[in-house]
Design a protein. Structure first.
Length: 305
């Protein structure tokens, strides 16, 4: 047998013990530190954002989760996806809709959830996830890992900060334990969060991967942080330019974030978008790929460090 054959066969062999969860955590450590330096991220973590900024944040997340959860459902029979597919426990779209209605009101809900109003960074995110699924559905594992483990790890802490700084509640208020406005952070179909996170990591480590696919999934997880930074930076820019919907008054005379969606094809914001990971197939021809991870990932990485 020619000497080249064993290498080709080895490249197709599934790993017995891929330890994918550990590989993604370690692989994203450096870029995670960069993500924490984002202006919006730092302001969010210390509770220094306003309702309009937070509304834009969960509005962005709505489009991201709607796309991601749709793709996970579509590919749920894929050998990699079926290992980490927990729709009843994890899906966030309905919770985000509840929160969006709480902040924007029923009248504005159709507008803020209209795909035509996605900002450039959000639309790029969505298109990239769709492309990732076309390249290899297994890459969606990175998206699921980054979003859900971050939300599960930091959700309760973030919910308390939001209640205090955004909803202006105190622990003495009768509504302190309410989930109104912060439903996104409550996983009501999960009993003990830590036990479920351990289960999820165990399932990750059973995802069938070759060495090459493992590398691609880790690269995709790194890419998650980069696109997350771009998303946060966009919200910061929108806020600084007074281009967000004023939630307090439900109306604004300034150009809205919706209007910025019209710039998505002008290339004005593309200078801030990261380039495609070199390990991706047909990188020169591909749309930019992504995986957005949550601010909660900051808490997750700190817990596992």
């Amino acid at each position: 047998m020619p000497e080249a054959y064993p290498n080709k066969l080895e490249a197709c062999q599934l790993l017995d013990d891929p330890q994918l969860a550990t590989a993604m955590r370690k692989g994203t450590k450096v870029v995670h530190e960069l993500a924490e330096k984002s202006v919006f991220t730092k302001r969010f973590l210390r509770g220094d954002i306003n309702k309009s900024e937070y509304g834009q944040y969960i509005r962005s997340l709505y489009f991201v989760y709607k796309c991601m959860e749709g793709l996970l459902e579509k590919h749920q029979q894929h050998p990699a996806i079926e290992m980490i597919f927990f729709p009843d426990e994890l899906n966030r779209v309905d919770a985000l809709l509840e929160d969006l209605e709480f902040f924007y009101g029923a009248e504005l809900l159709p507008r803020v959830t209209d795909p035509a109003t996605m900002t450039p960074a959000v639309k790029q995110y969505v298109q990239s996830m769709e492309h990732a699924a076309l390249v290899d559905p297994a890459l969606l594992v990175s998206h699921s890992y980054a979003r859900y483990l971050g939300d599960l790890s930091g959700g309760q802490i973030l919910a308390k900060r939001l209640k205090k700084h955004i909803l202006h509640l105190s622990k003495d208020d009768s509504s302190w334990d309410s989930q109104q406005g912060v439903a996104f952070y409550y996983f009501n179909n999960i009993g003990k969060l830590n036990e479920f996170k351990n289960l999820y990591r165990e399932q990750l480590d059973q995802v069938p991967v070759t060495e090459a696919l493992k590398t691609s999934i880790v690269d995709e997880a790194i890419w998650c942080f980069k696109l997350n930074i771009a998303l946060f930076d966009e919200i910061q820019r929108l806020s600084e330019s007074n281009a967000l919907i004023d939630i307090d008054h439900q109306e604004s005379t300034a150009p809205m974030a919706d209007d910025m969606a019209k710039e998505r094809d002008t290339g004005k914001l593309r200078a801030t978008w990261p380039s495609l990971p070199s390990s991706w197939p047909n990188a020169a021809m591909a749309l930019t790929s992504v995986a957005l991870l949550s601010i909660g990932c900051s808490f997750y990485m700190r817990q596992k460090a």
